[in-house]
Design a protein around this ligand. Structure first.
Ligand code: HEM
Length: 154
């Protein structure tokens, strides 16, 4: 399997042209297939839809620009710690995203397109998860020493 860069870019452009209804469909799909993740998100999804939509376009249009993409994905992964996102959530988002792309792309959703998106998503998720794990590594803890606390009175 490999990523066909042109296909990812083309589909990113198609998503951009379709507008934020793509994100609406994505969340509808995810929340109906995986209702357990609904509680992680706010009641009003208006802003989140736009953010997700822009993020997918950003990733797709920069799929061959690792200098931009890797730091972006690392930041995204670390940022998701505050939402309690776990590695096992990433396949849920990935499957919902791929179902959404298939829905909108229709005949353009070929086996090669599917393989490219699978590969691209797997890479993106891995970078996010790895960065979050590094941010939470126990080795980052700097143990307290006596100088960190006020001096004892007696
Ligand atoms: C590569 C996959 C993903 C992408 C591209 C993505 C994208 C985004 C973006 C752009 C935001 C807006 C805020 C921010 O930048 O931190 C966001 C927020 C959020 N994401 Fe993700 N995300 C991904 C994976 C996940 C997964 C696996 C989960 C867990 C189910 C998740 C749950 C959330 C939640 C709960 C928020 C905050 C919503 C809020 O409180 O407004 N995301 N995501």
């Amino acid at each position: 399997m490999s990523i066909n860069i042109d296909l990812i870019k083309q589909s990113g452009k198609a998503v951009e042209d379709l507008g934020v209804q793509v994100a609406q469909h994505f969340y509808d799909t995810m929340f109906s297939h995986y209702p357990e993740v609904r509680k992680m998100f706010p009641g009003d999804m208006t802003q989140q839809r736009v953010r997700l939509f822009n993020s997918v376009i950003q990733i797709a249009s920069n799929i061959d620009n690792t200098e931009m993409l890797v730091p972006y994905l690392k930041e995204l992964g670390v940022g998701h710690i505050q939402y309690d996102t776990r590695p096992e959530h990433y396949p849920i988002v990935g499957k919902s995203l791929l179902l959404t792309l298939k829905h909108f792309l229709g005949p353009a959703w070929t086996a090669e397109m599917a393989e490219s998106w699978i590969e691209a998503y797997n890479l993106a998720a891995t970078v996010c998860i790895q960065a979050a794990a590094e941010a939470m590594a126990p080795g980052r803890y700097v143990p307290l020493i006596l100088d960190d606390v006020p001096p004892a009175t007696a």
